[in-house]
Design a protein around this ligand. Sequence first.
Ligand SMILES: Nc1ncnc2c1ncn2[C@@H]1O[C@H](COP(=O)(O)OP(=O)(O)OP(=O)(O)O)[C@@H](O)[C@H]1O
Length: 254
Amino acid sequence: MSEPQTSPAGARPTVVVDDVSVDYTVYAAGKRATSERKLLRRAPSLRQARTVHALKGVSFTAHEGESIGVIGHNGSGKSTLLRAIAGLTTPTRGTVYADGRPALLGVNAALINELSGERNVILGGLALGMTPEEIRGRYQEIVDFSGIGEAVDLPMKTYSAGMGARLRFAIAASATHRVLLVDEALAVGDAAFRRRSEERIRELRAEAGTVFLVSHSMGTVKETCTRGIWIDHGELRADGPVLDVVKAYEASVK
Ligand SMILES: Nc1ncnc2c1ncn2[C@@H]1O[C@H](COP(=O)(O)OP(=O)(O)OP(=O)(O)O)[C@@H](O)[C@H]1O
């Protein structure tokens, strides 16, 4: 079960995670050292600094056409793994090799709250490397996918959390990525939106990309993914066919 998944016949590797560890330094009272200023402000309590080993020597290879569900309990290191693959977090040790620029689409994707949904579709599309023509061509499709309707003309700050997250997902899923990283985005929508998202993930996989999905919903993972990766306290606990990995994980939390 913990042996690495053998590659699908002839499929090209898209992501190689080679012995990756990520450490975070956490300061007194659980404050995170996110900026130099914060660090200086907290200087008197530096001696209370503590290291969190968020990922510990994780290795695996992903291939084109795979859809990989990343599962594990809260704080086990799943988001950190996705951020490392996207190049947003630098591993303390080890290396990530990736095909193209993996796109991380999560409920946190940076859009501007003061701007309308429409402006944000353009902004998000440009950030994902689409040309203005491509964005114009896909605009209606993105808005329809998000299901936010006429609210697209209103500033994003007037949206509910679910509406904002759906629009972010719709923008990011509209581009064709070689490697797409989805962090819990599917948890935010209603049943109809979830169905559209799952369908889109299947399409992206069929386009020979690789999809990583972090989710606490084992149903979604089983329906959407071919392979499971279980991260437990920062370590790769299991890697294999999705049904086997989900079963082992569920057995461990009972
Ligand atoms: N920027 C940061 N600074 C300090 N510690 C962090 C930071 N980001 C994450 N951590 C810590 O690293 C560990 C792994 O966090 P991570 O967010 O990767 O877990 P997760 O599996 O995605 O959790 P969840 O399921 O709750 O979203 C946790 O202990 C978390 O508190």
